[in-house]
Write a protein of this length. Structure first.
Length: 301
């Protein structure tokens, strides 16, 4: 492209559109126009101009739509969405704020256009929503990402993917501070009649214990499995539902007792010993539990 990239892009883009319009009265060569849009998009990508590339892929998508090639249309909308998302991430990395979110809204629009070309129950729709959610997380739009990820999970039927997706949802809900929702998701994972790998079940159950201590759900709203989890843990009953080593089990017991008794010093001691056994999200929950305990103490003093 020429030194004046914007002018060069506009000129080439308009030339392709003009050729299509001139052929309006006769059958246009859509394939040629599509290839020209794609070639210009690649040229823009190589010039590190993802926004221009996104517009070119939209042009290609519209060409495919004009001849009823809906899968080709969806493919080009996805390419456009990824380019707009790349442009948004570039701004984000430079710490520039776009109040109107032009690139981000364009990316979301393209993803939605692509998704609309697939049947309602298609796993491709779920994959598109998950990709969009992951992109939004990387841009720190976690609440927005949560909404799209929940929609994606509604379309997932395969059991292994469902379990993995619910685990990701659980951690995303914790990130967003939606602890009530996170506890519900953890309960769902443990109550689903699906095969959950032992290491994942252990992780979810520990998160479930921490969430229950923070959320404090009324007894009449607790599912039986949650009540049984605490009963087995505090009575040293061996259970396949809590596949953790004895060291961590003892620390969980101490944490529950210190929290119930309002013993801040013991809770801090137990927490420092537990951290090595916990995931990043679980440590966040543990820190929150200690913070709430300190606030309760201040309120009573």
């Amino acid at each position: 492209m020429s030194t004046d990239l914007s002018a060069s892009f506009n000129e080439q883009y308009m030339n392709i559109n003009t050729k299509m319009k001139k052929r309006f009265m006769r059958k246009p060569n859509v394939s040629e126009a599509t290839n020209e849009f794609i070639a210009l998009a690649i040229q823009c990508e190589h010039s590190e101009q993802p926004t221009f590339a996104g517009h070119c892929y939209i042009g290609a998508a519209k060409c495919e739509a004009s001849i009823g090639n809906f899968l080709g249309e969806a493919e080009h909308y996805m390419a456009a969405g990824r380019q707009f998302m790349k442009a948004e991430k570039k701004l984000w990395s430079l710490r520039f704020c776009s109040p109107d979110r032009e690139n981000l809204e364009a990316a979301i629009g393209c993803f939605m256009q692509a998704m609309s070309k697939y049947p309602e129950k298609s796993p491709v729709r779920a994959a598109i929503l998950m990709e969009l959610s992951n992109d939004l997380v990387s841009l720190n739009h976690k609440l927005e990402a949560l909404s799209y990820y929940e929609q994606a999970l509604e379309l997932v039927e395969e059991s292994t993917m469902k379990v993995m997706g619910l685990r990701h949802l659980l951690n995303l809900q914790i990130d967003c501070g939606k602890l009530d929702m996170a506890l519900e998701t953890a309960n769902t994972i443990c109550d689903l009649k699906l095969k959950v790998p032992e290491h994942m079940l252990a992780e979810v159950q520990v998160s479930r214990i921490l969430l229950a201590l923070l959320v404090k759900p009324p007894d009449d709203t607790k599912p039986p499995s949650l009540k049984q989890l605490f009963l087995d843990l505090m009575n040293d009953i061996e259970s396949d539902a809590l596949p953790v080593n004895m060291d961590l089990k003892l620390k969980l017991q101490s944490m529950i007792i210190s929290n119930a008794n309002g013993d801040s010093h013991l809770l801090v001691t137990v927490a420092s010993d537990m951290k090595q056994f916990l995931t990043m999200h679980q440590n966040e929950l543990l820190n929150k539990l200690m913070s709430e305990d300190r606030l309760d103490k201040l309120a009573l003093s």
